[in-house]
Design a protein around this ligand. Structure first.
Ligand SMILES: CCCCCCCCCCCCCCCCCCCCCC(=O)SCCNC(=O)CCNC(=O)[C@H](O)C(C)(C)COP(=O)(O)OP(=O)(O)OC[C@H]1O[C@@H](n2cnc3c(N)ncnc32)[C@H](O)[C@@H]1OP(=O)(O)O
Ligand SMILES: NC(=O)C1=CN([C@@H]2O[C@H](COP(=O)(O)OP(=O)(O)OC[C@H]3O[C@@H](n4cnc5c(N)ncnc54)[C@H](OP(=O)(O)O)[C@@H]3O)[C@@H](O)[C@H]2O)C=CC1
Length: 448
């Protein structure tokens, strides 16, 4: 029997961000492998026109949960949604709900975040820093808490090239940033954002770094671990290959390539595309939760969930894989034949944007107008090019992440856990497999 699965068997678990990409896969794996767990509390923000239960059923209705529901048709009874908005003081949570959480929680997985690169600094600080701080305060009042697992990103220190499993200080203390958000107005914050974030490329990575500092400074005596995944992609194996449900990171770009909208990007062909399948991030997370609770390491441990250091895949290889996949399974109504041209020079990138992206879009829009339809291609192309420009920072650099703690974790696992729990190390060997699985599920998600 897996020791890790058995560990979660009788626990009350709190997950924030359980309605997100990673949170859903985490919840599925817990329910599938530890069917005897007591309860999973999920903090869900209310959405117009949907009750909390409806949100839960919507998630459980997805293909991701089919296996769990086969073995446990009443799986919804294990999930207890709690209305909470992490942007609000005390998460705008009811008193009774709060009391129940404080009294019962054994393990916390903190996944909720804003992952938008263009988030206003105030919003990013609120969710990625202040909410983390508030959750730590709550955690410190939980007598039964055994472990607090925080999701950060491998890119929280992307201003460095070599990144170890340690917390690096930010130039400005998180406290000062939090205080300044209280009295500065939005326009001034926008003006000073570039000066504050310095060599971080966006507010997302910057506030994730601040969030880590808050954990270090305000974690007190809690048993904490931080997971830093790189670019999280579709599942490799569990619960089935190729599950993904969003267009973040490379997913949207791959669809755009398959559709023939995107044919050229500014990317360094030899730069490493550090992609990690979502199920491996979840495996590492559950193993880290078990280790943190059972072994209670003296200091907070950070686990890199990355693959580039072991078996690096370059953006050029990924481009070839993507093209090969679309050759095998093409889109039915592609705009143009897929192509993948990489350029490192910003002038030639502008040239290719004009020639291969904007010009065909204008021609197509003219055709739509002439045939009495509404033009739409230029709007789509402008949006796509904006997104591409935000991702360029990541496609033109390589990072080296150390992974000693993940290696240590593996060595501490029982032989059975080592057999059934695939962690980062093995993922690297199957990188190509993982990338080629991107395309079909993405097609299906788009069709849906
Ligand atoms: C040519 C050759 C190519 C060859 C191919 C080679 C491979 C390709 C290589 C490409 C290089 C990749 C590099 C990746 C590097 C990543 C590094 C990550 C590092 C950190 C990782 C992390 O630590 S953490 C995750 C990071 N964080 C994100 O990765 C969010 C980013 N992103 C945004 O920050 C916002 O995206 C941004 C951009 C502001 C735009 O924002 P925006 O407002 O313009 O657009 P939106 O994204 O909001 O959505 C637009 C519309 O798509 C609709 N839509 C959404 N999902 C949908 C679905 N499933 N099906 C149908 N439609 C869907 C949505 O509903 C909107 O539709 P509508 O407008 O009608 O509502
Ligand atoms: N995906 C990736 O490539 C990577 C992700 N990570 C980290 O992993 C974690 C999860 O990321 P991912 O699953 O991709 O992100 P998603 O954007 O898919 O999910 C974010 C989650 O946070 C919730 N949330 C956002 N704002 C609030 C709020 N105000 N109150 C309550 N809940 C809120 C969302 O709820 P709702 O459904 O209501 O919007 C959703 O459940 C994040 O911490 C991220 O930084 C790290 C590296 C890479």
């Amino acid at each position: 029997m897996s020791m890790i699965a058995a560990f979660y068997g009788n626990k009350s678990i709190l997950i924030t961000g359980a309605t997100g990409f990673l949170g859903k896969v985490l919840m599925e794996k817990l329910l599938r492998t530890s069917p005897h767990l007591k309860v999973i509390y999920i903090l869900v923000r209310p959405k117009a026109g949907q009750t909390l239960q409806q949100r839960v059923f919507q998630i459980l209705d997805s293909k991701l949960f089919e296996k769990v529901k086969e073995s446990c048709p009443n799986v919804h009874e294990k999930i207890r949604p709690i209305s909470a908005d992490l942007d609000q003081r005390d998460f705008a949570m009811g008193k009774e709900d709060m009391q129940e959480l404080l009294a019962s929680t054994n393990i916390i997985f903190h996944c909720a975040a804003t992952v938008r690169f263009d988030a206003h600094l105030r919003n990013a600080v609120q969710l990625n820093v202040i909410a983390t701080q508030q959750l730590l305060v709550m955690a410190s009042q939980m007598p039964k808490l055994e472990a607090f697992i925080h999701f950060s990103t491998a890119f929280s220190n992307c201003n460095l090239n070599q990144i170890d499993e340690v917390i690096y200080p930010c130039p400005v203390e998180p406290r000062k940033i939090i205080d300044s958000m209280e009295w500065l107005d939005d326009t001034i914050i926008e003006e000073i954002t570039p000066k504050l974030i310095r060599d971080w490329p966006n507010t997302y990575t910057y506030t994730k770094a601040l969030g880590e500092m808050v954990i270090q400074q305000e974690g007190g005596n809690l048993n904490i671990a931080i997971i830093r995944p790189s670019i999280v992609g579709p599942s490799w194996q569990e619960p089935f290959p190729g599950w993904v449900d969003n267009l973040n990171g490379p997913s949207g770009m791959i669809i755009a390539t398959g559709k023939g909208f995107l044919r050229s990007i500014r990317a360094t062909p030899m730069a490493v595309a550090d992609l990690i399948p979502v199920d491996m991030v979840v495996n590492l997370t559950l193993a880290a939760g078990w280790y943190t609770a059972v072994h209670r390491p003296k200091s907070l441990l950070i686990y890199h969930s990355t693959t580039g250091g072991l078996n690096p895949c370059k953006w050029s290889e990924m481009g070839l894989q993507v093209l090969a996949s679309f050759k095998k399974i093409p889109f039915e109504k592609a705009f143009r034949r897929p192509n993948a041209n990489f350029t490192t020079n910003s002038l030639s990138a502008q040239y290719w944007n004009a020639v291969t992206h904007r010009a065909p879009a204008i021609v197509y829009d003219c055709y739509l107008v002439l045939t009495g339809r509404k033009p739409r291609m230029m709007k789509l192309m402008t949006r796509l090019l904006k997104t591409i420009s935000m991702l360029e920072y990541f496609t033109n650099r390589s990072w080296e992440w150390t992974s000693a703690n993940s290696e240590m974790l593996r060595s501490e696992m029982s032989p059975e856990d080592q057999r059934v729990t695939v962690l980062t190390t093995q993922a690297a060997r199957n990188r190509m497999d993982c990338i080629s699985r991107y395309c079909l599920p993405l097609r299906k998600s788009l069709a849906g």
